[in-house]
Design a protein around this ligand. Structure first.
Ligand code: BES
Ligand code: MN
Ligand code: ZN
Length: 488
């Protein structure tokens, strides 16, 4: 993350630009030097996230930008995050910005500073590593929040930890597949783990074979690049709750023998590791956020490629938990690697498991690109994720784990097929995953839709979104043992 944040009691005279909050009602701040009627005549009504540059104050060198905040009583965490993004975008061409914006709401100062930082940092993030012309990078790299020091500083530190994680996850997902192989991604995960106080173990192909992880080994069979499973553990002293996170890390999904057509969708399959990137990002924040829950993560990393050695249609794979599946479409590979990940996770008998995966075009077809699907065997876990969705503004919509459709996966030769036919694809994929949860309370996030943004908007920019990183952080921060018994 390129943006640095500091806290100051007053507006520093050195700030290149000052972002000034203006509500849609009530008095206009005196320092603006304009009346409400004048602002209205200039076309600025103070609506949330609208912005307008005005001349520097007399005797000052700092540029000034008015930032609309709407009605103060309406500001919640989502709007404050959007305000941070709007202010950062409007001030992007200046090297440094100072603002009192994070202090204007009724939110507590710590939460307001945290989400303001998230919004600003994410709006300013770009991935230009492979561009010779870096001119699309915003000049703005220094932001000063003016406010009460203790709470604001704590919120800024939390926001920086979370935003750094999201930016890193976006960088990983944007990186082309030959630049970020499973081996390299695992190395990055080790480096991040060391910095973030996590225990880390990397399993290679031979070990995965020995461990009986036939799913990831099967998906990897057509690939020259070997697979990696990365296990990360956050083990705080005195933890009483235990959570497992599993991320789909398909570094490149060509479809395998069931080859995808060469279209834009195929070209975005470098992002098929977005689930693993989000999990790694979330894990990187737990120390900074002093999370009390024990968290174990599995990043399931491999390519999915066709070749003479590739897994074939009609092949049967045996997974870590001993179950078998007949392959009817090699492009339904995500569930095969998650099967091993969930099996490994269940062995630790956690209180809950969550997997996150760019799993099905069907989910994207149902819900579009602005929200992920959530399905699970335990409403308590799903409800906690829905609550996190509300707090993080990463939108989720629950789909049913409808047991009647389990019959669509029936196979003549194995415990199940890996596809359930043309309809209800997000549900049949989840029913497949449910076979590997060992009855542990579990929910699945299908992020195929929101993995990529087509536009620069608010705290999103074109390219990989790292959707789910903030959601997973919020989930583990607020985790409680689910009370409801698993659904039968
Ligand atoms: N990685 C894809 C799903 C995907 C599609 C993610 C679009 C992001 C955007 C997944 O591995 C896949 O290919 N799924 C198939 C499953 C089908 C063969 C049952 C799909 O959705 O078409
Ligand atoms: Mn696929
Ligand atoms: Zn895939």
């Amino acid at each position: 993350m390129r943006t640095s944040f500091t806290v100051s009691k007053t507006v520093p005279a050195t700030a290149a630009v000052v972002a000034i909050p203006v509500a849609s009602d009530g008095p206009v701040p005196k320092e603006v030097g304009l009346t409400r009627a004048q602002l209205t005549a200039m076309g600025f009504e103070g609506k949330c996230c609208t912005t307008m540059p005005i001349a520097p104050a007399p005797g000052s060198k700092s540029a000034r930008v008015l930032v609309g905040i709407g009605a103060v009583k309406d500001i919640n965490e989502a709007t404050m995050r959007n305000i941070g993004a709007a202010a950062a975008r409007a001030c992007a061409k200046h090297g440094s910005m100072a603002t009192t914006l994070a202090g204007v709401s009724r939110l507590n100062k710590r939460a307001a500073a945290k989400v303001f930082v998230e919004g600003a940092a994410l709006a300013l993030h770009r991935w230009v590593n492979l561009k010779n012309d870096k001119s699309s990078l915003p000049a703005l790299t220094k932001i000063t929040l003016v406010g009460d020091s203790t709470d604001t500083k704590a919120g800024v530190a939390e926001g920086v930890a979370v935003a750094t994680a999201v930016c890193t996850a976006r960088d990983h997902a944007n990186t082309p597949p030959s630049h970020l192989t499973a081996t390299k991604f695992a190395k990055e995960a080790v480096a991040i783990a060391k910095k973030s106080g996590l225990k880390v173990t990397v399993y290679d192909k031979k070990q995965l074979e020995t461990m009986g992880c036939g799913g990831i080994v099967g998906v990897n069979a057509g690939s020259v690049e070997p697979p990696r499973v990365v296990k990360l553990v956050w083990a705080p002293a005195g933890a009483t709750n235990k959570v497992v996170l599993v991320g789909k890390g398909v570094m490149y999904d060509s479809g395998g023998i069931s080859l995808k057509p060469s279209d834009a969708g195929h070209a975005s399959m470098k992002m098929d590791m977005s689930g693993a990137a989000a999990v790694l990002g979330a894990m990187s924040t737990l120390k900074a956020l002093k999370v009390k829950t024990h968290v174990t993560a599995y990043l399931m990393c491999t390519d999915n490629l066709p070749s003479g050695s590739a897994m074939k249609l009609g092949d049967v794979l045996t997974f870590r938990n001993g179950k078998t599946a007949e392959i009817h479409n090699t492009d339904a590979e995500g569930r095969l690697i998650l099967a091993d990940g969930l099996s490994l996770g269940a062995e630790g008998k956690p209180d809950a498991m969550v997997d996150i995966a760019t799993l099905t075009g069907a989910c994207m077809g149902a819900l579009g690109k602005k929200m992920a699907g959530v399905l699970g065997n335990n409403q308590g876990v799903v409800d906690q994720l829905l609550a996190s969705s509300g707090r993080t503004d990463e939108l989720l919509w629950q789909l049913p784990l409808f047991q009647d459709y389990r019959a669509l996966l029936d196979s003549n030769v194995a415990d199940m097929k890996n596809v359930g036919g043309p309809y209800g694809g997000a549900i049949t994929a989840s029913l497949f995953l449910n076979e590997f949860t060992g009855g542990i309370p579990w929910a699945h996030l299908d992020i195929a839709g929101p993995m990529e943004s087509d536009s620069d908007n608010g705290w999103l920019n074109r390219g990989a979104t790292a959707f789910g990183t903030r959601l997973l952080v919020d989930f583990v921060v607020n985790f409680k043992k689910p009370v409801k018994a698993p659904k039968k």
